[in-house]
Design a protein around this ligand. Structure first.
Ligand code: PLP
Length: 407
């Protein structure tokens, strides 16, 4: 069967095929959008929700909206996200600052909680730069010691890697659930258990999992997590991140950016800071109401179709890409740089080719949009709710025609 016919058949039987029409169509030609893991597409409902916000809660209710709904919005949206995507019971998830700032706040809290007898932060050299940079800054600031793992770049951090380094001096283990380059899906429950057995806390970065791979934070006993909302959650450029703090830790953690919005009585304007109970203490300044508005529609959509169905389509799309690389693109030097076993892979597939950078540039000129990742990666992030098999097939055929015509 040829690729397009195969794709058409898969689209015909795809239980999530209908969700693609819920997204705002591109106003200019777009052959294939394969970068939903960097910036998700907007839902039509989000356009309406933003307009309604400007006209209603902002334009009409004005300052009254803080009392009527905005003060609690970080927690209302956080709880909805926790239920739909994170396996988190209410009262443990809040929408806040950027991922970077929330990483700082939670990692700094965890280091302080661990205390001087457990000064080590375990992290890996393949993690996203901001995670590594934040940890480096905290090490300078607090004297914490960084214990680096160097996983195979085509995979990621395994249970054994972590087990080999944690011990009586480990304060916190900081890892990404899905590796941003290889797509490797770490074993979150087992790694969490290994860290806990050593007496350490875990902080998971869920940027590439939230809205793509089901997460079971409560069931796995995770301590802390952060993740962003402009990737698979389609919150829009710069939409704020979320943080999760297990209920048991909330009373004993204090975060470093003590602002008035995290105070126990926000409008008392008192002489000094006293942290609020619950998740409010992890808020610093005025919540980004406009910026967290877009996330809500995707959370509602995922809640209605179920995160397991999203994951199933995601796996199908990735396997579709891998099968075509093997059958038709390998002969041009394209390799699969992600784990082949779907159980060990998140929502994207990374291909490698020596000319990846120029190939991606040429694809963009043809309105096929994957992304390039150093040193030789073509990252295919087909967001399951907004991407059809036909679209992925068109992208693969464009890549093949470029490879065939290469000098
Ligand atoms: C995208 C991403 C980030 C982004 O951090 P921002 O502060 O939102 O820019 C952080 N960590 C990981 C693993 C990511 O994939």
């Amino acid at each position: 069967m040829d690729l397009l016919a195969d794709a058409a058949e898969r689209d015909r039987t795809d239980p999530l095929a209908h969700t693609r029409d819920l997204f705002v169509p591109s106003a200019t030609p777009l052959v294939a959008y394969l970068d939903g893991n960097s910036l998700g597409r907007p839902l039509k409902a989000t356009r309406e929700r933003l307009t309604a916000l400007v006209d209603g809660a902002w334009g009409t209710r004005l300052i009254r909206s803080w009392d009527e709904q905005w003060m609690d919005l970080p927690f209302v949206v956080g709880d909805a996200l926790g239920a739909a995507c994170l396996g988190a019971a209410p009262g443990q998830t809040a929408i806040g600052d950027s991922t970077t700032v929330l990483l700082y706040k939670l990692l700094r809290s965890a280091v302080a909680h661990a205390g001087p007898s457990r000064p080590e932060i375990v992290l890996d050299s393949e993690n996203f730069p901001t995670d590594r940079y934040v940890a480096e800054g905290i090490a300078v600031e607090t004297g914490a010691k960084l214990v680096w793992l160097h996983p195979d770049p085509s995979r990621g951090v395994t249970v054994d890697d972590v087990a080999a380094v944690v011990g009586p001096h480990t304060g916190v283990v900081l890892l990404s659930h899905v590796a941003y380059k290889s797509g490797y899906l770490s074993d979150l429950p087992s790694i969490t258990r290994v860290a806990h057995n050593a007496g350490a806390l875990v902080l998971w970065d869920l940027c590439h999992s939230a809205g793509s791979v089901p997460v079971t934070l409560d069931a796995a006993g995770v301590d802390l997590a952060v993740g962003c909302s402009y990737k698979y959650l389609n919150g829009g450029p710069g939409a704020p991140a979320f943080c999760y703090v297990a209920s048991r830790l909330q009373p004993v953690l204090s975060q470093p950016i003590q602002g008035w919005m995290g105070n126990s009585d926000v409008f008392a304007m008192g002489p000094s800071y006293a942290p609020a109970a619950g998740m409010r203490r992890f808020i610093s300044g005025t919540p980004p109401v406009l910026a967290m508005t877009g996330i809500q529609d995707t959370i509602a959509l995922i809640d209605s179709v179920g995160i397991e169905a999203v994951r199933e389509k995601s796996t199908g799309l990735c396997e579709f890409v891998i099968a075509y690389v093997d059958s038709s693109l390998a002969e041009y030097g394209v390799q699969v740089a992600s784990p082949r076993d779907s159980a060990q892979r998140g929502g994207h597939v990374t291909l490698s080719h020596p000319d990846a950078r120029s190939l991606v540039a040429a694809l963009w000129e043809r309105d096929v949009i994957p992304d390039f990742r150093e040193p030789d990666g073509i990252r295919i992030g087909a967001a399951p709710l907004s991407t059809s098999y036909a679209e992925v097939a068109q992208g693969l055929l464009s890549l093949e025609s470029l490879l065939r015509s290469a000098p």
